[in-house]
Structure formats: structure tokens, C-alpha cells
Design a protein around this ligand. Structure first.
Ligand SMILES: Cc1ncc(COP(=O)(O)O)c(C=O)c1O
Length: 295
């Protein structure tokens, strides 16, 4: 597991991660009454920051919380955390809970000070474009709640599905419901057939993924067209290529689903093309001047 870096942010202060503590009465702990983001950082710069902050604010609004900080305040907070941890390539986990009350009340009290926590950690080792064997997935019935578009810390369903995947030596569990593809337990899933990338429609049942958005944007330059709509389980199984996307792994080829090869059973040509395009895109960002204001 990628190691965390030593310095965390807790409620306005940088503190050693090993000494960061919050109240056991925090509603994030008692109720899962909290939302979060995972933001990759390349060359010391948060990647797709506007997209992550806009999703964070959307999640907060969806649970009736005000935006904790302005985008510029978040940028200052993240920049100080990244700098204190030596910069470079990493990811930042940040969580905002409704805060701690003196007791335990289901109905969300007003006026609590939110708990803001963030830490940085190493990114998982990057898959090489050439010679990568790809990853395996299993499928799972989607037994999560009906608002998976909110990036909340209520991840028990995801944890159980991912644990089942790991027990089958697979990297991801792909959720299906009523014969339709939804998403992975920690990723968006895209299906390629011929020169078309098929993406499940964004509904309250799936998370609007920042990396999926970028991949779909860059797909046209790689000779692909994009179709967003219902994607059937049968299309997943008949695909030439299946991809999983998330902030820390960016884009991985799924080459086996439930023990059956996807396409040739090897990472496909379009995955390789898109990965190279994404690498160029990241390099451009890492070599541009330091981020001082949100673009
Ligand atoms: C359930 C779920 N869907 C999709 C994603 C992908 O979102 P993003 O690309 O913004 O990381 C994630 C990321 O962790 C996730 O947990």
C-alpha cells in the first residue's frame, strides 16, 4: 500500500500525521456524515483541481453543508500541505465532516464547525505503457445507496466489493444493476467497441468522475468517438477493451472480467494511445509555472 507522507492538515493547522486526532463524537466517525476528495498531484501541482473542488462543493451542497472554503483558500491549504511534504508526485486525500457535537443526534444539527482533514500519500506505482499485462475485475450486484453521485465517506458497500475482488486476485469490482453497467468500486468504467467509447450515463447511482471526464475529452484525438448512455452488461462482456479510470490510477486496461478475457486478453491499442496522450498532458502541466491562482 502506498505510504502516507508525514505532514497532515487538520482544522487549519499543519500537524504530524501520526499525532493528528479528532473527537470520537465527530459525525464523520459516528454517522459517515462527511464527504471527501482524492486529488492527484504531479510535479507539486494539484491535477484537475477546479474539477475536484467543484465536485467537493457539489457533495457538500447535496448534504446541506455550506462550502467550507473558497477555491483560493483550498488552493492555499493544499499548496502548504504539498510543500510541507516535499512536493513531487503524490495524491491528497481531503475530508470534510459536519463536525463533532456533544452527544449523538441523527438529525443534522446546525452551527457545528466542520472538521477538515487532509493528508498526502505516494501515488500507486504507474503501469508502464509497453509490456503491461493489464488488470482483472469481477462483477458485483450494486447494493449501495441511491446517491452514489455524492462523494461521501459511506463506503462500506465499496469496501466489501473491493475485498471480494481482492479475494479473487482482481483489482476492481464492477457494479452491475438491472443488466446495466454502473461503475467500479473505486473507479469509472468505460467500454470500447470498434472505434467507439461507451460511457454509462451520469445518474445519481454513479460518481461523476474527474478522470473519466478527461479521458472522454482526449478520446477524440486518439481516433475514438464517444457515446454516453445505457451500457448493457452484454456490451461489457463483448467489448474489445474495458478501461477503469480514477484519480490515482488515471487509466488502466481491464483485460479479464469474471475470469474471461476482454478482447484479446491484452491491453488494447486505444488504451496505449490514450495513456500516451494522458502522459503528455500531465507532462505539460508538471512543467508549466507553479500554480498560484486557479485557472
Ligand atoms: C465509486 C467511484 N467511482 C468513480 C471514481 C472515479 O472518480 P475520479 O476519476 O474523480 O477519481 C471513484 C474514485 O475513487 C470512485 O470511488
Amino acid at each position: 500500500m502506498p505510504a502516507p507522507r508525514p505532514v497532515a492538515h487538520l482544522n487549519g493547522r499543519l500537524v504530524p500525521l501520526a499525532e493528528a486526532t479528532i473527537s470520537p463524537l465527530d459525525r464523520g466517525f459516528l454517522y459517515g456524515d462527511a464527504v471527501y476528495e482524492v486529488i492527484p498531484v504531479y510535479g507539486g501541482r494539484p491535477f484537475l483541481l477546479c474539477e475536484h473542488l467543484s465536485r467537493l462543493n457539489r457533495s457538500l451542497a447535496a448534504i446541506g453543508m455550506a462550502a467550507t472554503y473558497s477555491d483560493h483558500e483550498w488552493l492555499a491549504l493544499l499548496s502548504s500541505l504539498i510543500e510541507a511534504n516535499g512536493g513531487g508526485d503524490l495524491y491528497v486525500y481531503l475530508q470534510v465532516s459536519r463536525g463533532a457535537e456533544w452527544g449523538r443526534t441523527h438529525a443534522a444539527p446546525t452551527g457545528l464547525a466542520p472538521t477538515v482533514f487532509a493528508f498526502a500519500a505516494e501515488l500507486p506505482a504507474e503501469a508502464p505503457v509497453a509490456g503491461f499485462a493489464g488488470v482483472s475485475a469481477i462483477t458485483a450486484a450494486d447494493n449501495r445507496w441511491a446517491r452514489c453521485d455524492i462523494k461521501s465517506v459511506n463506503l462500506l458497500g465499496n469496501v466489501l466489493a473491493k475485498t471480494a475482488a481482492a479475494a479473487s486476485d482482481a483489482t476492481e469490482a464492477i457494479y452491475l444493476s438491472d443488466g446495466l453497467l454502473r461503475e467500479g468500486s473505486s473507479s469509472a468504467i468505460l467500454v470500447v467497441r470498434g472505434t467507439v467509447v461507451r460511457a454509462p450515463r451520469e445518474t445519481p447511482s454513479i460518481l461523476p468522475s474527474t478522470s473519466r471526464q478527461l479521458v472522454l475529452k482526449l478520446a477524440a484525438g486518439c481516433g475514438l468517438s464517444v457515446e454516453v448512455g445505457d451500457v448493457r452488461d452484454s456490451e461489457l462482456r463483448a467489448a474489445d477493451e474495458v478501461w477503469m479510470c480514477n484519480a490515482t490510477r488515471l487509466l488502466l486496461p481491464v483485460v479479464r472480467i469474471d475470469g474471461v478475457d476482454v478482447g484479446t486478453g491484452q491491453p488494447g491499442q486505444y488504451w496505449q494511445r490514450l495513456r500516451r496522450r494522458l502522459d503528455d498532458f500531465r507532462r505539460e502541466i508538471a512543467h508549466s509555472p507553479p500554480l498560484t491562482a486557479l485557472e
